[in-house]
Each structure stands twice: as C-alpha cells, then as structure tokens.
Write a protein that binds this ligand. Structure first.
Ligand code: FE
Ligand code: CA
Length: 538
C-alpha cells in the first residue's frame, strides 16, 4: 500500500502540527481574549461559550466527507466556512476541531476521537487520517467546533488485504456543472450507500456566472471565471452546499480524481487553452490544486507543493479489486494539432507524446505486473478507447483531448495489460458527458483482435443539461465503433457491483436535470465475467 505513514510529506506535516498545537492556545488568547479562546478550546461534549461569537454563523455549511479507505482507516474531511461564498469567513487563526468515529449513527459506541487543527493556510479545512479501525466495516463520524456539531457522515473501511470479498458496490460519477442542472443523480448515489464512490473529475466548473444568457441553465455560478485561491475556494463552497452532493458525501467514502475543469477547460500540463505563458498559468494551477486539496478527503501525502500535486495512487479492496487512480492532466503533452477534433492528425501518433507523464506511467506499468485482486480497475478521466465520430463529423472524427490524441500512450498501456496478463482490467472514465460501455481492443481497426479489457464511461451528473436534441447520431456512432457495447445521452452515474465471478455495471440515468427530484432509471446493464474478456449486455 502506498501513501502510508512513512510518506515524508506526512511526517513533516505531523511535526509541524505538534509545533503549532503548542502555539495555538497562546495565539487564540491573544486574538480572541479569554472568552473566545475558551469557546474554541472547549472540550468535546462540554458546551463552551457560544461559537457564534467566533464564527458568526454555522461553520459546517459545506458538510463532511470521507475518502481513500484503507483496511484500517479513512480520511475524514470538513472545512469550516461560516461565510462560504466570501472566502469562508473564519478568523485568521488555527482553530481546534474535534472529531469522533462511532459504530452507530447515534454515537452510542464511539471508537475513536481526537482534535485536529483547521488552519488559515488551508482555508480552515481539516483532513483527519483515522487509523486502527477494523477492516470492511461501516462507521459514522462527525466534527465539533466551539459549541457547534457537524452533520453525521457514513463511511466504510476497505476489506483486509488478504480478505476474500463476496461483493463490493461502488458508484462512478463526474462532470457536475452547477448551472446546467440539479445534482439529482448524486442524491440517487446517496441512496445506494455504496462501499465507495469513484469520481472521474470535473467536480466543479471554472466558468463565470452565465448571467442568464443560456436559457437552459437552471442555476447560476457565483461570480466570474475563477483564477485565485479565494475564487476556487468559493466555487467549491457553492457546489458543496448543494444538497445532493452533500448527501452523496455523507453516504460513502469518495475516491477522487480530477479532470480539466478543476483548473481550466482542456488544460494540458502547463498549457491552458488560451496560450497563457506557462509560468503565469502555473500560478493559477497552484491556486486550483490547493483549493482541490482543501476541498477533498485526501491524505496529506497528496498535499500540493506549488503547482505540483501527486494525485495518482493505489487503493486495494481485499482480493477483489485493485484500484489505480490516475491523473491524465498534470503531466500530459499539449493536445495534438491544436486540440479540438480531427480526422487526420499525424502528431497524435508522435512517439514522444504522453498522457500520463514518464514517472506516473512507469509507476502504473510496474503496478500492473503485481497481481493480487480479481479485478484491476484503472480510475481516470478521459476515454482510452477509439471513438470514431464520422457519423456526425466527417472532418473531425477523433477528439485530441482523449487518449485518441495520445495513441502511443494507449498502445503502451494496452500492451502492458496483455504482456503482464493483468487480471480482468476495467478502466473507468468520464469527461464526454455520455454513458459508454466499451471493449478495449488490441487493434481497433480489427474487430477480431484481442479484447484487452473493458471500459466504463460515466455520463455527467449535469453537464450538457437535459441534452434532448444535441445527442442524436449516437446510435450511428455506436455502429461505427463495434467495440462500444452501449451508450446513453442522459445524465446519471454508473452503479457497479463486483464479485469474484463478475463485474456488473448498471448505467443509471435521470430523464432531465432542469427539474429537481427526477427518479432514477436504468439505461442498461453490462456484465463482465471474470476470466472472459469483454462486456455483454445483461
Ligand atoms: Fe465535464
Ligand atoms: Ca473534462
């Protein structure tokens, strides 16, 4: 297991924590006087002086979250933000936040508790890495600050490393543009109380308030396009106050990855889409990455350093699932042929191109040779399979932002899956705002070539809105791409059930996102049988 306690950045942070804990009481006394400091430092369970004096308003406006489950623990997250759309509204001081983990929702059996510091440097976010919990178990958690208590979250630890696991259920989702609709599908994920949620990115969108120009947008972003740290914090805050998103976080641990819109549309490494000088764009990327860390239940091992953040990591679920989380944005070569879609782009085949970057790719390829689990899941952002769109765009058949624009990276990945006889590869992706289920082929020009795995692409939570008229032609696209086994142009998520025998993917949809509370429907089910490459319609 990577990213554990021996990680140097985590050790550094811990040492720093101890140093600051000693200072913080004195600082608080100086900043708030005796009464205020007493409220902040009130022991758990004891009603201190009113926290209103310190926070003004309820501080847990963004809810709570958990993430990156290990067999012995999870990350617990919250961020204190009494004024969520105005930078948070917290005093510029370290604030102690109590946390509790219990076996039951009513906290009768508390198994662990402690105090963490919410720091101004990190937007008063809190990331508690709980350990010494039992494997494969459901737990409940909450936070306290002053006299205020947070919402209660449900989480679940991963099964023990050598455990034979009967069933594991997880949801795959991404692309929730706030303006384009209600996050109803996230509410449906909450109702499933899965073992974990995998997020394929585009958790926020960076664009400005549309100002009512597009009549299909049912909600409005707060403010302009976001560039600096406070902008990004406020945008995450606006999203996190959404009831359905909050419910999803409260229902299960999230394993998050990002795509482009957490920073800027279709950015690639140090290139944004407007030709901004790299050294200038990197200032924006640093702000975006920091806000991402602050807003997600991530371990301290992912703490960014300027515009760099190691988000790729591996998580394991007994002998059932090995999950490698990939980052196809931070180290990719700039999109070929000026981005967009092209029918012929020789540059896309250039040997020097990479979508993962050298180090991450080596880490991934090495890891694929270590077989332990039945299912090898690669959680990432953009489709790896060929999507030939000649049916709708003869002059623009292949999108350069996907692995279609990084053909050599795709070849190296697929070759490795074959050479290493990686057990049952399942790739997860999102980004394209359509559900797809596809067989991964050694040679997409030859339908009889080997099937090297299966990819499940989740549609968006809201992006593209109801999408009623826009998506015609997808039936023709599926017939031009025989490796694609199913598609849907509606909004939704994928509900997966893994057993030692099969992986079942239930492509969930809602009819529309312009109205709230639409019921959950199924757009189809694909099943992959272990040991038999390829998906079939159930
Ligand atoms: Fe998107
Ligand atoms: Ca995207």
């Amino acid at each position: 297991m990577s990213n554990r306690c021996d990680d140097p950045s985590r050790l550094r942070l811990r040492t720093f924590d101890r140093a600051v804990e000693r200072l913080s009481r004195r600082d608080l006394l100086r900043l708030f006087g005796q009464a205020g400091a007493a409220a902040l430092l009130a022991p758990l369970g004891v009603r201190g002086l009113s926290a209103q004096a310190l926070f003004g308003d309820y501080p847990f406006t963004l809810g709570v979250a958990s993430g990156d489950p290990l067999p012995d623990g999870v990350v617990l997250w919250t961020r204190l933000a009494p004024k969520p759309l105005e930078g948070g509204g917290m005093p510029m001081a370290n604030v102690e936040v109590g946390w509790e983990v219990a076996e039951d929702r009513t906290f009768r059996t508390i198994v662990q508790q402690g105090v963490a510091l919410a720091r101004p440097e990190l937007g008063h976010s809190v990331h508690v890495e709980v350990s010494a919990l039992r494997p494969g178990r459901e737990y409940f958690y909450r936070f306290h600050a002053g006299s205020e208590a947070s919402q209660v979250g449900r989480t679940k630890t991963a099964p023990a490393a050598d455990a034979v696991v009967d069933t594991l259920r997880f949801a795959v989702c991404g692309c929730s543009h706030y303006e384009m609709g209600y996050f109803t599908a996230l509410g449906h994920i909450a109702n499933e109380a899965v073992d974990f949620v995998f997020h394929t990115g585009d958790y926020i969108y960076e664009s400005r308030d549309d100002g009512g120009r597009d009549p299909n947008r049912v909600r409005r972003h707060h403010g302009s396009e976001i560039y600096n740290l406070v902008d990004y914090r406020n945008r995450y805050a606006q999203y996190k106050m959404d009831r359905d998103l909050m419910a999803a976080h409260h229902s299960a641990p999230f394993i998050v990855s990002w795509d482009d819109h957490e920073v800027d549309n279709n950015y690639a490494g140090d290139h944004d889409e407007h030709g901004t000088p790299a050294e200038v764009f990197m200032l924006r990327r640093a702000a975006a990455y920091q806000a991402y860390y602050e807003s997600m239940p991530l371990r301290a091992a992912t703490l960014p350093s300027g515009p760099h953040m190691r988000l790729y990591r591996k998580l394991s679920f007994g002998r059932l699932i090995d999950l490698s989380v990939l980052d196809t944005r931070q180290w990719r070569t700039d999109q070929a042929c000026g981005d967009g879609s092209h029918s012929a782009c020789a540059e896309a085949d250039d040997q020097a191109r990479t979508i993962l970057g050298v180090e991450q790719e080596q880490w991934l390829l090495d890891g694929l040779a270590q077989k332990r689990a039945t299912w090898t899941v690669l959680g990432q952002q953009v489709p790896t399979y060929v999507r030939d769109m000649k049916a709708v765009a003869a002059d623009a058949r292949y999108s350069m932002d996907k692995w279609d624009g990084y053909a050599v990276s795709r070849r190296r990945l697929y070759s490795r899956l074959q050479e290493a006889k990686t057990p049952n590869p399942i790739v997860l992706s999102g980004d394209v705002h359509l559900h797809f289920g596809a067989d991964l082929k050694a040679d997409y020009r030859d339908v009889r070539s080997a099937t090297v795995g299966v990819e499940l692409t989740n549609t968006s939570i809201t992006s593209n809105g109801d999408g009623t008229s826009v998506q015609e032609g997808w039936d023709r696209i599926q017939s031009d791409n025989p490796h694609i086994k199913m598609h849907s142009a509606k909004r939704g998520y994928i509900s997966c059930t893994a057993t030692p025998k099969a992986m079942r993917a239930d492509f969930k949809i809602v009819e529309r996102v312009s109205t709230a509370a639409e019921p959950s429907k199924s757009a189809g089910v694909l099943v992959v049988e272990a040991g038999h490459p390829g998906a079939h319609v159930a």
